[in-house]
Design a protein around this ligand. Sequence first.
Ligand SMILES: [Ca+2]
Length: 491
Amino acid sequence: MDSLLTRRDFLKAMGLGAATLALPGCLFAAKKGGGKKPNVLFIAVDDLRPQLNCYGHKQMISPNIDRLAGDGVTFLRSYCQVPVCGASRASLLTGVRPTRDRFISYNVWAEKDLPGALSLPKHFKNNGYHTISNGKIFHHRTDCLDSWSESPWRPRGPWQNYVLQESKRLTRQGSSGKGPAFESADVPDNAYFDGMIADKGISDLRRLKKKDKPFFLALGFFKPHLPFNAPKRYWDLYKREKIDLADNPFRPKGAPDAALHNWGELRAYEGIPGKGRLPDELARTLIHGYYACVSYTDAQIGRVLAELDRLGLRRNTIVVLWGDHGWNLGEHGLWCKHCNFETSLHSPLIVNAPGIKGGRKTMALTEYLDIYPSLCQLCNLPLPAHLEGRSFVPLMKKPNRLWKEAVFSRYYNGDSVKTDRYRYTEWRRKDGTIYARMLYDHKTDPHENVNISELPQNKELVKKLGRMLQEIRSAGKLSHSGSTSGVSTSR
Ligand SMILES: [Ca+2]
Protein backbone atom coordinates (compact mmCIF):
# COMPACT_ATOMS: atom_id res chain seq x y z
CA MET A 1 0.00 0.00 0.00
CA ASP A 2 2.85 2.36 0.81
CA SER A 3 4.08 2.58 -2.72
CA LEU A 4 0.66 2.86 -4.31
CA LEU A 5 -1.36 5.39 -2.38
CA THR A 6 -0.79 8.60 -0.53
CA ARG A 7 -2.68 9.03 2.69
CA ARG A 8 -5.08 11.48 1.07
CA ASP A 9 -5.68 9.11 -1.84
CA PHE A 10 -6.32 6.35 0.59
CA LEU A 11 -8.91 8.32 2.55
CA LYS A 12 -10.51 9.43 -0.68
CA ALA A 13 -10.65 5.85 -1.89
CA MET A 14 -12.40 4.91 1.29
CA GLY A 15 -14.79 7.82 0.96
CA LEU A 16 -13.52 9.30 4.19
CA GLY A 17 -12.47 12.80 5.13
CA ALA A 18 -9.35 13.13 7.20
CA ALA A 19 -11.03 14.92 10.04
CA THR A 20 -14.38 13.38 10.71
CA LEU A 21 -16.42 10.33 10.07
CA ALA A 22 -20.17 10.20 10.17
CA LEU A 23 -21.20 7.37 12.40
CA PRO A 24 -24.22 5.20 11.84
CA GLY A 25 -26.40 4.55 14.86
CA CYS A 26 -25.68 2.02 17.52
CA LEU A 27 -25.86 -1.60 16.56
CA PHE A 28 -27.90 -3.03 19.31
CA ALA A 29 -28.70 -0.59 22.03
CA ALA A 30 -31.17 2.20 22.54
CA LYS A 31 -33.27 1.06 19.65
CA LYS A 32 -36.56 2.72 19.01
CA GLY A 33 -38.85 2.11 21.93
CA GLY A 34 -36.07 2.62 24.47
CA GLY A 35 -34.15 -0.06 26.24
CA LYS A 36 -31.15 0.47 28.46
CA LYS A 37 -27.95 1.56 26.80
CA PRO A 38 -25.16 -1.00 26.96
CA ASN A 39 -22.83 -0.94 29.93
CA VAL A 40 -19.08 -0.58 29.50
CA LEU A 41 -16.50 -2.58 31.43
CA PHE A 42 -13.27 -0.72 30.71
CA ILE A 43 -10.17 -2.71 31.69
CA ALA A 44 -6.70 -1.16 31.69
CA VAL A 45 -3.63 -3.29 32.39
CA ASP A 46 -0.53 -1.30 33.29
CA ASP A 47 2.56 -1.94 31.11
CA LEU A 48 1.00 -4.95 29.36
CA ARG A 49 2.60 -5.51 25.98
CA PRO A 50 0.74 -8.06 23.80
CA GLN A 51 2.52 -10.85 25.67
CA LEU A 52 -0.57 -13.04 25.62
CA ASN A 53 -1.44 -16.44 24.27
CA CYS A 54 -4.16 -14.92 22.06
CA TYR A 55 -1.47 -12.75 20.43
CA GLY A 56 0.50 -15.83 19.44
CA HIS A 57 2.77 -16.19 22.48
CA LYS A 58 2.01 -19.82 23.10
CA GLN A 59 4.10 -20.11 26.26
CA MET A 60 1.92 -17.53 28.01
CA ILE A 61 -0.77 -18.64 30.39
CA SER A 62 -3.51 -16.08 29.91
CA PRO A 63 -6.70 -18.17 29.65
CA ASN A 64 -9.11 -15.45 30.74
CA ILE A 65 -7.95 -12.77 28.34
CA ASP A 66 -7.78 -15.47 25.64
CA ARG A 67 -11.42 -16.31 26.35
CA LEU A 68 -12.33 -12.64 26.06
CA ALA A 69 -10.53 -12.63 22.70
CA GLY A 70 -12.59 -15.67 21.75
CA ASP A 71 -15.76 -13.70 22.46
CA GLY A 72 -14.59 -10.44 20.94
CA VAL A 73 -12.40 -8.86 18.31
CA THR A 74 -8.62 -8.84 18.82
CA PHE A 75 -6.72 -5.94 17.29
CA LEU A 76 -3.39 -7.49 16.38
CA ARG A 77 -1.82 -4.22 15.27
CA SER A 78 -2.98 -1.72 17.87
CA TYR A 79 -0.67 1.11 18.92
CA CYS A 80 -0.46 3.48 21.87
CA GLN A 81 0.16 7.17 21.20
CA VAL A 82 2.86 7.63 23.84
CA PRO A 83 4.93 4.82 25.40
CA VAL A 84 4.65 5.95 29.00
CA CYS A 85 1.82 5.63 31.55
CA GLY A 86 0.39 9.06 32.25
CA ALA A 87 0.76 10.46 28.75
CA SER A 88 -0.68 7.38 27.04
CA ARG A 89 -3.69 7.40 29.32
CA ALA A 90 -4.25 11.16 29.00
CA SER A 91 -4.31 10.82 25.20
CA LEU A 92 -6.60 7.78 25.19
CA LEU A 93 -8.99 9.23 27.76
CA THR A 94 -9.30 12.62 26.07
CA GLY A 95 -9.17 11.28 22.51
CA VAL A 96 -6.49 13.78 21.54
CA ARG A 97 -3.00 13.24 20.13
CA PRO A 98 0.16 14.08 22.03
CA THR A 99 2.26 16.96 20.70
CA ARG A 100 5.67 18.34 21.44
CA ASP A 101 4.23 20.22 24.41
CA ARG A 102 1.29 18.06 25.48
CA PHE A 103 1.10 14.56 27.02
CA ILE A 104 4.81 14.02 27.42
CA SER A 105 5.75 12.19 30.59
CA TYR A 106 4.58 9.48 32.97
CA ASN A 107 3.15 11.92 35.48
CA VAL A 108 0.98 13.99 33.14
CA TRP A 109 -2.26 15.48 34.40
CA ALA A 110 -4.76 15.45 31.52
CA GLU A 111 -6.63 18.37 33.05
CA LYS A 112 -3.47 20.50 33.14
CA ASP A 113 -2.20 19.67 29.67
CA LEU A 114 -5.65 20.04 28.17
CA PRO A 115 -7.76 22.30 30.40
CA GLY A 116 -11.47 21.75 29.94
CA ALA A 117 -10.99 18.41 28.21
CA LEU A 118 -14.14 16.39 27.81
CA SER A 119 -12.83 13.02 28.94
CA LEU A 120 -14.29 9.72 27.80
CA PRO A 121 -15.80 8.86 31.20
CA LYS A 122 -17.13 12.41 31.62
CA HIS A 123 -18.85 12.17 28.25
CA PHE A 124 -20.49 8.95 29.38
CA LYS A 125 -21.44 10.50 32.72
CA ASN A 126 -22.97 13.48 30.91
CA ASN A 127 -25.02 11.03 28.87
CA GLY A 128 -26.65 9.25 31.76
CA TYR A 129 -24.02 6.71 32.74
CA HIS A 130 -22.91 5.89 36.27
CA THR A 131 -19.12 6.08 36.02
CA ILE A 132 -16.68 4.45 38.43
CA SER A 133 -12.86 4.38 38.49
CA ASN A 134 -11.05 1.65 40.43
CA GLY A 135 -7.27 1.29 40.47
CA LYS A 136 -5.15 3.13 37.90
CA ILE A 137 -7.16 4.74 35.11
CA PHE A 138 -5.83 8.28 34.91
CA HIS A 139 -2.25 8.25 36.19
CA HIS A 140 -3.26 10.52 39.06
CA ARG A 141 -6.30 9.35 40.97
CA THR A 142 -7.84 12.80 41.16
CA ASP A 143 -7.12 13.89 37.56
CA CYS A 144 -10.35 14.95 35.77
CA LEU A 145 -12.22 14.18 38.96
CA ASP A 146 -15.56 15.31 37.59
CA SER A 147 -15.45 12.39 35.14
CA TRP A 148 -16.67 10.06 37.85
CA SER A 149 -19.97 9.56 39.64
CA GLU A 150 -18.11 8.29 42.72
CA SER A 151 -14.76 9.24 44.19
CA PRO A 152 -12.07 7.23 42.32
CA TRP A 153 -10.93 4.29 44.43
CA ARG A 154 -7.49 2.73 44.82
CA PRO A 155 -6.15 0.20 47.30
CA ARG A 156 -4.34 1.80 50.21
CA GLY A 157 -0.62 1.49 50.80
CA PRO A 158 2.70 2.29 49.15
CA TRP A 159 2.53 1.88 45.37
CA GLN A 160 5.34 -0.72 45.31
CA ASN A 161 2.88 -3.03 47.09
CA TYR A 162 5.39 -5.45 48.67
CA VAL A 163 4.00 -7.97 51.13
CA LEU A 164 7.27 -9.58 52.29
CA GLN A 165 9.07 -7.97 55.23
CA GLU A 166 12.43 -8.43 53.51
CA SER A 167 11.25 -6.43 50.50
CA LYS A 168 9.97 -3.67 52.76
CA ARG A 169 13.27 -3.61 54.62
CA LEU A 170 15.22 -3.30 51.38
CA THR A 171 12.93 -0.48 50.31
CA ARG A 172 13.65 1.46 53.50
CA GLN A 173 17.38 0.93 53.11
CA GLY A 174 17.57 1.75 49.42
CA SER A 175 18.48 5.23 48.24
CA SER A 176 15.84 5.38 45.49
CA GLY A 177 12.80 4.50 47.60
CA LYS A 178 12.28 1.43 45.47
CA GLY A 179 12.88 -2.09 46.77
CA PRO A 180 13.51 -5.29 44.84
CA ALA A 181 12.33 -5.52 41.23
CA PHE A 182 10.24 -8.63 41.93
CA GLU A 183 8.65 -10.61 44.72
CA SER A 184 7.07 -14.05 44.99
CA ALA A 185 4.98 -14.62 48.11
CA ASP A 186 2.74 -17.50 49.06
CA VAL A 187 -0.33 -15.34 49.67
CA PRO A 188 -3.94 -15.11 48.44
CA ASP A 189 -4.65 -13.15 45.25
CA ASN A 190 -6.08 -10.23 47.15
CA ALA A 191 -2.95 -9.76 49.26
CA TYR A 192 -1.76 -7.66 46.32
CA PHE A 193 -3.53 -4.67 44.75
CA ASP A 194 -4.86 -6.34 41.62
CA GLY A 195 -6.77 -8.91 43.66
CA MET A 196 -8.25 -6.07 45.71
CA ILE A 197 -9.24 -4.25 42.53
CA ALA A 198 -11.01 -7.38 41.25
CA ASP A 199 -12.82 -7.69 44.62
CA LYS A 200 -13.94 -4.06 44.36
CA GLY A 201 -15.02 -4.52 40.73
CA ILE A 202 -17.08 -7.58 41.65
CA SER A 203 -18.82 -5.81 44.49
CA ASP A 204 -19.47 -2.80 42.23
CA LEU A 205 -21.04 -5.03 39.58
CA ARG A 206 -23.46 -6.46 42.14
CA ARG A 207 -24.41 -2.94 43.19
CA LEU A 208 -24.61 -1.59 39.65
CA LYS A 209 -26.90 -4.39 38.52
CA LYS A 210 -29.59 -2.94 40.79
CA LYS A 211 -29.33 0.57 39.34
CA ASP A 212 -31.63 1.71 36.57
CA LYS A 213 -28.75 3.54 34.86
CA PRO A 214 -26.18 2.01 32.52
CA PHE A 215 -22.67 1.90 33.94
CA PHE A 216 -19.13 2.68 32.80
CA LEU A 217 -16.98 0.67 35.18
CA ALA A 218 -13.24 1.25 34.79
CA LEU A 219 -10.80 -1.18 36.37
CA GLY A 220 -7.14 -0.26 36.17
CA PHE A 221 -4.90 -3.20 37.10
CA PHE A 222 -1.37 -2.37 38.29
CA LYS A 223 0.54 -5.40 37.00
CA PRO A 224 2.66 -6.27 35.06
CA HIS A 225 4.16 -2.87 35.94
CA LEU A 226 7.33 -3.07 38.04
CA PRO A 227 8.00 -4.34 40.62
CA PHE A 228 7.02 -7.80 39.40
CA ASN A 229 5.19 -8.88 42.55
CA ALA A 230 2.76 -11.79 42.26
CA PRO A 231 1.57 -14.68 44.38
CA LYS A 232 3.94 -17.63 44.17
CA ARG A 233 1.48 -19.91 42.39
CA TYR A 234 1.64 -17.65 39.30
CA TRP A 235 5.43 -17.85 39.28
CA ASP A 236 5.03 -21.63 39.52
CA LEU A 237 3.09 -21.69 36.23
CA TYR A 238 6.36 -21.19 34.34
CA LYS A 239 9.63 -23.12 34.39
CA ARG A 240 12.39 -20.55 34.52
CA GLU A 241 14.89 -22.65 32.59
CA LYS A 242 12.44 -22.77 29.69
CA ILE A 243 12.02 -19.01 29.45
CA ASP A 244 13.81 -17.63 26.41
CA LEU A 245 15.81 -14.43 26.48
CA ALA A 246 15.34 -11.85 23.72
CA ASP A 247 17.11 -12.97 20.56
CA ASN A 248 18.14 -9.39 19.71
CA PRO A 249 19.62 -8.03 22.97
CA PHE A 250 21.79 -5.54 21.09
CA ARG A 251 21.64 -2.01 19.74
CA PRO A 252 20.08 -2.12 16.27
CA LYS A 253 22.69 -1.59 13.59
CA GLY A 254 22.81 2.10 12.77
CA ALA A 255 20.28 3.14 15.44
CA PRO A 256 20.81 6.73 16.63
CA ASP A 257 21.54 7.53 20.28
CA ALA A 258 18.15 9.26 20.47
CA ALA A 259 16.42 5.89 20.05
CA LEU A 260 17.97 4.33 23.13
CA HIS A 261 17.99 4.89 26.86
CA ASN A 262 19.55 3.52 30.04
CA TRP A 263 16.30 2.08 31.46
CA GLY A 264 16.60 4.14 34.62
CA GLU A 265 13.17 3.00 35.76
CA LEU A 266 14.42 -0.57 36.25
CA ARG A 267 17.91 0.33 37.39
CA ALA A 268 16.52 2.20 40.41
CA TYR A 269 15.40 -1.11 41.95
CA GLU A 270 17.53 -2.96 44.47
CA GLY A 271 19.76 -5.63 42.93
CA ILE A 272 19.76 -4.16 39.42
CA PRO A 273 23.18 -2.96 38.21
CA GLY A 274 23.48 0.78 37.60
CA LYS A 275 25.03 0.29 34.19
CA GLY A 276 25.81 -2.32 31.57
CA ARG A 277 23.77 -5.29 30.38
CA LEU A 278 22.03 -7.62 32.82
CA PRO A 279 23.48 -11.05 33.57
CA ASP A 280 21.41 -13.69 31.74
CA GLU A 281 20.13 -15.25 34.93
CA LEU A 282 18.78 -11.92 36.21
CA ALA A 283 17.25 -11.17 32.79
CA ARG A 284 15.54 -14.56 32.84
CA THR A 285 14.23 -13.96 36.36
CA LEU A 286 12.77 -10.60 35.35
CA ILE A 287 11.05 -12.08 32.31
CA HIS A 288 9.73 -14.85 34.55
CA GLY A 289 8.39 -12.16 36.89
CA TYR A 290 6.72 -10.29 34.03
CA TYR A 291 5.03 -13.51 32.85
CA ALA A 292 3.91 -14.34 36.40
CA CYS A 293 2.36 -10.88 36.75
CA VAL A 294 0.56 -11.22 33.39
CA SER A 295 -0.94 -14.54 34.55
CA TYR A 296 -1.83 -13.10 37.96
CA THR A 297 -3.65 -10.12 36.47
CA ASP A 298 -5.27 -12.36 33.87
CA ALA A 299 -6.74 -14.42 36.71
CA GLN A 300 -8.16 -11.28 38.36
CA ILE A 301 -9.75 -10.20 35.08
CA GLY A 302 -11.22 -13.71 34.85
CA ARG A 303 -12.84 -13.34 38.26
CA VAL A 304 -14.51 -10.08 37.20
CA LEU A 305 -15.71 -11.49 33.86
CA ALA A 306 -17.11 -14.57 35.62
CA GLU A 307 -19.14 -12.29 37.88
CA LEU A 308 -20.36 -10.31 34.87
CA ASP A 309 -21.63 -13.61 33.42
CA ARG A 310 -23.10 -14.82 36.71
CA LEU A 311 -25.09 -11.61 37.11
CA GLY A 312 -26.46 -11.94 33.58
CA LEU A 313 -24.93 -8.59 32.61
CA ARG A 314 -22.69 -9.82 29.82
CA ARG A 315 -25.33 -9.68 27.09
CA ASN A 316 -25.66 -5.93 27.53
CA THR A 317 -22.07 -5.02 28.41
CA ILE A 318 -19.21 -3.99 26.15
CA VAL A 319 -15.85 -5.20 27.47
CA VAL A 320 -12.73 -3.31 26.38
CA LEU A 321 -9.25 -4.43 27.40
CA TRP A 322 -6.13 -2.39 26.72
CA GLY A 323 -2.57 -2.12 28.08
CA ASP A 324 -1.24 1.41 28.16
CA HIS A 325 1.88 0.79 26.01
CA GLY A 326 4.40 -1.93 25.27
CA TRP A 327 7.51 -2.99 27.16
CA ASN A 328 11.03 -4.12 26.33
CA LEU A 329 12.10 -7.43 27.81
CA GLY A 330 15.73 -7.15 26.74
CA GLU A 331 15.11 -6.49 23.03
CA HIS A 332 17.56 -3.91 21.60
CA GLY A 333 19.42 -4.16 24.91
CA LEU A 334 16.51 -2.27 26.47
CA TRP A 335 14.17 -2.76 29.39
CA CYS A 336 11.01 -0.79 30.28
CA LYS A 337 9.17 1.41 27.76
CA HIS A 338 10.20 4.98 26.84
CA CYS A 339 11.25 4.52 23.22
CA ASN A 340 9.91 4.47 19.67
CA PHE A 341 10.51 0.80 18.86
CA GLU A 342 7.64 -1.60 18.18
CA THR A 343 8.34 -3.28 21.51
CA SER A 344 7.28 -0.06 23.27
CA LEU A 345 4.46 1.09 20.98
CA HIS A 346 2.65 -2.12 20.03
CA SER A 347 -0.06 -2.59 22.63
CA PRO A 348 -2.94 -5.02 23.19
CA LEU A 349 -6.56 -4.20 22.43
CA ILE A 350 -9.53 -6.54 22.65
CA VAL A 351 -13.16 -5.45 22.38
CA ASN A 352 -16.16 -7.64 23.01
CA ALA A 353 -19.45 -5.99 22.04
CA PRO A 354 -22.79 -7.76 22.15
CA GLY A 355 -24.23 -8.02 18.67
CA ILE A 356 -20.84 -8.16 16.97
CA LYS A 357 -19.50 -11.57 16.05
CA GLY A 358 -16.59 -12.62 18.24
CA GLY A 359 -13.55 -14.81 17.91
CA ARG A 360 -12.11 -12.71 15.12
CA LYS A 361 -8.79 -10.94 14.72
CA THR A 362 -7.87 -7.98 12.59
CA MET A 363 -4.49 -7.02 11.15
CA ALA A 364 -5.68 -3.47 10.42
CA LEU A 365 -3.68 -0.64 11.95
CA THR A 366 -5.49 1.01 14.87
CA GLU A 367 -4.60 3.53 17.55
CA TYR A 368 -5.62 3.92 21.17
CA LEU A 369 -7.12 7.26 20.09
CA ASP A 370 -9.77 5.23 18.29
CA ILE A 371 -11.18 3.74 21.49
CA TYR A 372 -13.07 6.92 22.52
CA PRO A 373 -15.06 7.37 19.26
CA SER A 374 -15.64 3.61 19.02
CA LEU A 375 -17.26 3.46 22.44
CA CYS A 376 -19.39 6.48 21.51
CA GLN A 377 -20.62 4.64 18.43
CA LEU A 378 -21.23 1.36 20.26
CA CYS A 379 -23.30 3.18 22.89
CA ASN A 380 -24.99 5.60 20.51
CA LEU A 381 -23.56 8.71 22.16
CA PRO A 382 -22.88 11.94 20.27
CA LEU A 383 -19.36 12.22 18.94
CA PRO A 384 -17.46 15.14 20.54
CA ALA A 385 -15.97 17.43 17.91
CA HIS A 386 -12.47 17.45 19.38
CA LEU A 387 -11.72 13.73 18.92
CA GLU A 388 -8.77 12.86 16.68
CA GLY A 389 -9.32 9.10 16.42
CA ARG A 390 -11.76 7.18 14.25
CA SER A 391 -14.32 4.60 15.33
CA PHE A 392 -13.16 1.08 14.53
CA VAL A 393 -16.67 -0.36 14.78
CA PRO A 394 -16.85 -0.91 10.97
CA LEU A 395 -13.65 -2.90 11.32
CA MET A 396 -15.13 -5.04 14.10
CA LYS A 397 -17.91 -6.00 11.73
CA LYS A 398 -15.55 -6.65 8.84
CA PRO A 399 -12.03 -7.30 10.18
CA ASN A 400 -10.41 -7.62 6.75
CA ARG A 401 -11.63 -4.35 5.31
CA LEU A 402 -9.31 -1.65 4.07
CA TRP A 403 -8.50 0.63 6.99
CA LYS A 404 -5.98 3.25 8.12
CA GLU A 405 -2.89 3.56 6.01
CA ALA A 406 -0.80 4.67 8.96
CA VAL A 407 -0.83 5.18 12.73
CA PHE A 408 1.20 7.66 14.76
CA SER A 409 2.98 7.74 18.09
CA ARG A 410 5.61 9.90 19.70
CA TYR A 411 8.03 9.95 22.58
CA TYR A 412 9.69 13.21 23.60
CA ASN A 413 11.29 14.67 20.46
CA GLY A 414 10.67 11.59 18.33
CA ASP A 415 7.63 11.41 16.03
CA SER A 416 6.91 7.94 14.70
CA VAL A 417 4.71 6.55 11.93
CA LYS A 418 3.84 2.92 11.33
CA THR A 419 2.50 1.77 7.97
CA ASP A 420 1.66 -1.71 6.78
CA ARG A 421 5.33 -2.29 5.99
CA TYR A 422 7.50 0.32 7.68
CA ARG A 423 8.15 2.11 10.94
CA TYR A 424 9.83 5.49 10.58
CA THR A 425 10.84 7.83 13.41
CA GLU A 426 12.42 11.26 13.24
CA TRP A 427 13.69 13.39 16.11
CA ARG A 428 13.42 17.16 15.85
CA ARG A 429 14.86 20.11 17.69
CA LYS A 430 12.56 22.89 18.83
CA ASP A 431 13.31 24.82 15.65
CA GLY A 432 12.03 21.89 13.60
CA THR A 433 15.36 20.63 12.29
CA ILE A 434 15.79 16.88 12.31
CA TYR A 435 18.73 15.46 14.27
CA ALA A 436 18.10 11.70 14.08
CA ARG A 437 16.11 9.19 12.06
CA MET A 438 15.39 5.52 11.98
CA LEU A 439 13.52 3.35 9.52
CA TYR A 440 12.73 -0.35 9.74
CA ASP A 441 11.29 -2.60 7.06
CA HIS A 442 8.95 -4.96 8.89
CA LYS A 443 8.70 -7.19 5.87
CA THR A 444 12.37 -8.12 6.02
CA ASP A 445 13.22 -7.02 9.57
CA PRO A 446 10.19 -7.41 11.86
CA HIS A 447 12.28 -7.13 15.03
CA GLU A 448 13.87 -3.85 13.98
CA ASN A 449 17.53 -4.84 14.01
CA VAL A 450 18.85 -2.72 11.12
CA ASN A 451 18.13 0.99 10.69
CA ILE A 452 17.87 1.65 6.97
CA SER A 453 16.97 5.35 7.03
CA GLU A 454 20.37 6.45 5.71
CA LEU A 455 20.50 4.13 2.70
CA PRO A 456 20.49 6.17 -0.52
CA GLN A 457 17.79 3.98 -2.07
CA ASN A 458 15.42 4.90 0.79
CA LYS A 459 15.70 8.66 0.36
CA GLU A 460 12.29 9.05 -1.30
CA LEU A 461 10.61 6.69 1.15
CA VAL A 462 12.01 8.65 4.10
CA LYS A 463 10.74 11.88 2.52
CA LYS A 464 7.29 10.41 2.02
CA LEU A 465 7.04 9.09 5.58
CA GLY A 466 8.35 12.42 6.88
CA ARG A 467 5.56 14.18 4.97
CA MET A 468 3.02 11.92 6.65
CA LEU A 469 4.38 12.95 10.04
CA GLN A 470 4.23 16.60 9.04
CA GLU A 471 0.67 16.15 7.86
CA ILE A 472 -0.46 14.62 11.15
CA ARG A 473 1.35 17.32 13.12
CA SER A 474 -0.44 20.07 11.23
CA ALA A 475 -3.79 18.25 11.11
CA GLY A 476 -4.19 18.30 14.90
CA LYS A 477 -7.36 20.03 15.91
CA LEU A 478 -5.56 21.07 19.07
CA SER A 479 -2.00 21.53 17.95
CA HIS A 480 -0.68 23.39 20.95
CA SER A 481 -1.31 23.02 24.64
CA GLY A 482 -3.59 25.73 25.89
CA SER A 483 -5.51 26.15 22.63
CA THR A 484 -8.43 24.10 23.82
CA SER A 485 -11.27 26.39 22.98
CA GLY A 486 -14.34 24.42 22.11
CA VAL A 487 -13.35 21.26 23.93
CA SER A 488 -15.38 21.80 27.03
CA THR A 489 -18.43 22.80 25.05
CA SER A 490 -18.17 20.18 22.37
CA ARG A 491 -20.57 17.65 23.73
CA1 LIG B 1 2.09 2.02 32.08
